[in-house]
Each structure stands twice: as C-alpha cells, then as structure tokens.
Design a binder for this molecule. Structure first.
Ligand code: BGC
Length: 361
C-alpha cells in the first residue's frame, strides 16, 4: 500500500514536472477587453478549460474597457517574459501602441476577435467570420419581411471596434437591395436613407451611418438611443418593425424598449454571442435570433496559433484582413444562426450550454 502511494506520488511529481516544462516553453499572455459583458466571460471560461487541458501556462487579464489599462496589462505581461500576446483590443487603433511594445521585445502578437489596426505589429488574427455575422442578420430580417415599406431600425456596434464595420458591411450586403427595392424603409438613419442605392459603401460612408445608430456596445446607450428614435417616430413608423440588433446585450436593451412602446405591435430583432440571457429571450419570444460564435473554437484557434508561433512556425491562413498598414493573415471560423426553431439543437444538443441553464426549452 505504502509502495503504491509512493509510486503514485512519484508519478504525480513527474507529471507536474512535465507540465511545468511545457509551461516554461509556451508563455502566453491573454488580454480581454472587459468583464462587464457576458461575451468576454464566455471567452475567459473557455480559455481556462482549454489551457488546463493543453497544460499551458497563460495569464488572462482584463482591460476594463480602458486602452490605458490595456497598455499597462500588456507591459506587465512583457515584464513577465511572455512569448506570445493574445490581445482583444478595447479600441482597435489605440491598441497599436501595445502591439508595437510587444513586437519590440520579439513577442508574437495575435489579435483576438477584434483586429488591431494601424500597425504592422500584428502577426496573426484569430477571428470569426464577422462579415457572415452581419450577413446572417440581413438574411434573417429579409426572410421575415413580406410586402413593401416595412419599418427598419438599424443599430451598430462601437465605431472604435473594427468589427462594427465588418458586421455592418455584412448586414448591408443583404439589406441594401431590399431597402433599394422598397421592401424596407430605414426609419432612424438619414445617412442610410441617402445611401440606399449604393451596394458597396466606403469606410467613411459606413462611419456616417454607424455614427447615427451606434450603441457603443453599451446597453444603456442602446436603450436611450432606441427611446429617442421611438419618440421621434410617428405611429406609422412603428407597428410591425424590423430591428438590426448588433449584439445580444444591446439587442435585449433595444427589444425591451420597443416592447414597451404601445404603438409597436411586433418586432423582429437580431443579435450575436449566444448570451445565456438572450437564449432565454429567444425561448421566450423576446429576441428573434442570435449568432452563435462558438468561443470554444476561437479559444482553440488562439492556443493553436500560440503553440505554432512558439515552435517558430507560422499558423495556416485562409484569408487576410487589411488593418490600415498591412494585410494580417487569418483563418476566420464559421458562425451559426440561431432562432427559436434550432435553439435546442444549436445551443444545448451541441454541448455549448446545459439545458438546465434555461426554462421552457
Ligand atoms: C465582438 C462581439 C461583442 C462586441 C461587444 C465585438 O467585437 O465580436 O462578440 O458582442 O464586440 O463586446
């Protein structure tokens, strides 16, 4: 018995030594934008699970939606001797300074989910196919609209996030033909109305629309913007409405605001992230769809890229994203549209969340 315990103890010590050996060779620093949004807690949780399985030492830090805090986080990680930085920027352009500082120390820089712009110090971009996120919203809203002159309200993400542009571009690719042919009438953006016959928008044109309808990725901003739009709208601009909701957290705020307006008879609203709260909203018929961006995949892609770089190799790419300075290599992963019809299959049967997290499934 004693012998077995001693043997087991030796085996355990050996295992620990092996793990820490692996640890020493793959030092990864991960910086996420905020703990205030369910989306990034999902990533944190999935990172914790995956890193444990891979036996990799990595530190995850949060930037509290503050670029200065983000820069300080990166500097701390540089001091700790990381070899690979996985950075999801608070602000795509401001993060360039942090990326430059890491590059100056020979650290590989992986942009995570959001592109880091205006620097050549980005080695790889781990991302979902964000154009397809927007395209999925557009497809959904178009599939729900019949007849002409349907009221469409547009909302967008934060202009400081490069993704907000890509999502909008994807949505516009599907919505614009249906705005041009009179199926939809955009209620809350004069800029979008003025550009309704233009299939491909320039970045400045997108910025003009986003400037009018941004939520800043903030539910309080989303709510006050939706309230202002509804106050400005006539009853005829309400009734049955279609809403481009840019992510789950803001979509819930917008949906609640529209639901409370007595002149709104029904609404269809999009989202993304598969927040648990939004999955419940979908089950309850309070949000129409979300886009599942399986964070397990993104986390696995980030870890794979970090390991590849640690071996002195380069991760495989399938496309590039221009960041204003260079074409950043990437291999975007697929996204899944989720409505009431497939919510059980896509979210529960896929093992993403347990059924016990929801009621009325
Ligand atoms: C992410 C979304 C997220 C949003 C707000 C975007 O860059 O891709 O998943 O909802 O930021 O945090």
């Amino acid at each position: 018995m004693k012998k077995t315990i001693a043997l087991l103890a030796t085996a355990f010590a050996l295992m620990l030594a092996l793990v820490s050996c692996n640890t020493a060779t793959t030092q990864v620093g991960i910086v996420l934008p905020t703990k205030d949004e369910e989306r990034w807690i999902q990533d944190q949780t999935r990172f914790a699970d995956a890193l444990k399985t891979a036996g990799i030492s990595a530190e995850v830090m949060f930037s509290e939606k503050d670029s200065a805090k983000e820069k300080a986080n990166v500097e701390t990680l540089i001091t700790k001797g990381i070899k690979v930085l996985v950075l999801c920027p608070v602000d795509s352009a401001s993060a360039a300074a942090a990326a430059d500082a890491a590059r100056a120390k020979g650290i590989k820089v992986v942009a995570y989910d959001r592109l880091i712009t205006n620097t050549d110090a980005v080695d790889f971009y781990v991302t979902f196919d964000s154009f397809n996120v927007g395209a999925a919203w557009g497809d959904y809203l178009v599939s729900q609209a019949t007849g002409k002159n349907q009221n469409l309200y547009l909302y967008a993400g934060a202009a400081s996030d490069n993704n907000a542009f890509i999502f909008f571009e994807g949505a516009w690719s599907k919505l614009q033909p249906k705005i041009a042919d009179g199926t939809f009438v955009v209620v809350n953006s004069t800029e979008a109305v003025a550009l309704k016959d233009k299939a491909q928008l320039t970045r400045d044109e997108e910025a003009a629309i986003i400037g009018q309808v941004t939520t800043n990725w903030n539910p309080a901003d989303a709510k006050s913007k939706a309230e202002a739009h509804l106050t400005a709208s006539k009853p005829a601009q309400k009734g049955d409405v279609f809403i481009l909701g840019p992510n789950d957290q803001t979509a819930r705020a917008i949906a609640d605001t529209f639901a409370a307006d007595k002149d709104v008879k029904s609404y269809k609203i999009t989202g993304q992230d598969a927040d648990k709260a939004s999955i419940q909203y979908i089950i309850d018929g309070k949000q129409s769809m979300t886009v599942l961006k399986d964070t397990r995949t993104l986390v696995a892609d980030a870890i794979k890229a970090a390991i590849t770089f640690s071996k002195g190799e380069t991760p495989a790419q399938t496309k590039t994203y221009n960041n204003g300075k260079i074409d950043v290599p990437a291999a975007p992963s697929d996204v899944v549209s989720v409505t009431k019809d497939n919510v059980k299959a896509a979210i529960v049967d896929s093992g993403y969340y347990p059924a016990t997290d929801f009621t009325g499934l």
